[in-house]
Write a protein that binds this ligand. Structure first.
Ligand SMILES: O=C1O[C@H](COP(=O)(O)O)[C@@H](O)[C@H](O)[C@H]1O
Length: 252
């Protein structure tokens, strides 16, 4: 059975967490969560917009989501939280991963998939994506769900420690050269993510336990731990965790 937690950081900010007992339950729980959010948004507003996270954690979740029954993919808009500046068929591409695990297996109209163009000059690609996203999201410009990961250095999306993107207040998408990974990245900015109706992190594995405890229960320093820059404007962030990742959280 999953366990629900309410986590209060030292600065008083509050987040919700659901801890699944093992990796299988985590994958099933996260996929069910996304499917439920989609069905609810479609019932309420006629469509569902999501920014997908990249990396390795989401792969099995996307594969499971691809098999979720009853989702109206014609009413789902898929965007991305970040992209590596590589062509879409490069093994490092977040779009490529999402396509292989999810998008190639569901009846989503191609025009409902907003890909960050990692193969284009980074700054131009970021500006073009900001326009495309704004057009697709319409007047309120809000995603229904921003799905995020957590790197073992505290990064989320491609908001890495020390990046100027962490201070961004206007733009929704930026390009940044990230020294630690030696490449350009495109990323949604904190204001774009925080405006989402729902923000959910998916974090699994013992190698994330220490950083997770620092992000959720340590002193606030988003320059060092960019995931702490994520403070949804009108909801509490939800953290979907497996027991291994949650192992260093301390009980309230
Ligand atoms: O580089 C990235 O890493 C983070 C974390 O990935 P994970 O596989 O450790 O969960 C991911 O959220 C981001 O989208 C990706 O580009």
């Amino acid at each position: 059975m999953p366990t629900s937690l309410v986590i209060t950081a030292p600065d008083g900010s509050v987040a919700d967490a659901i801890v699944y007992p093992d990796a299988g339950a985590f994958v099933a729980g996260a996929a069910d969560f996304v499917a439920r959010e989609a069905a609810e948004a479609i019932a309420r507003r006629g469509r569902f917009s999501i920014a997908l996270s990249g990396g390795n954690t989401p792969k099995p979740i996307y594969a499971r989501l691809a098999a979720a029954p009853g989702l109206d993919w014609g009413r789902i808009l898929v965007a991305f939280g970040d992209e590596r500046c590589v062509p879409p068929d490069d093994p490092r591409s977040n779009y490529g991963m999402a396509r292989a695990a999810l998008l190639d297996h569901v009846p989503i109209p191609p025009e409902n998939v907003l890909r960050m163009r990692g193969e284009d000059p980074p700054r131009a690609a970021a500006a073009a994506y900001a326009e495309e996203l704004a057009r697709a999201l319409g007047p309120d410009g809000r995603l229904d769900l921003a799905l995020l990961g957590l790197g073992d250095n505290g990064h989320t999306a491609s908001l890495f420690p020390g990046l100027a993107a962490l201070e961004e207040t206007e733009r929704t998408v930026v390009a940044a050269y990230v020294e630690v990974v030696g490449m350009w990245r495109l990323t949604l900015t904190p204001p774009a993510i925080n405006a989402a109706r729902r923000v959910a992190f998916i974090v699994a594995g013992a190698d994330k336990a220490e950083v997770l405890a620092r992000v959720l229960q340590g002193p606030r320093d988003p320059e060092v731990l960019p995931a702490q820059a994520i403070r949804p404007v009108d909801s509490r962030a939800l953290w979907l965790l497996d027991a291994a990742a949650a192992a260093k959280l301390t009980a309230a």
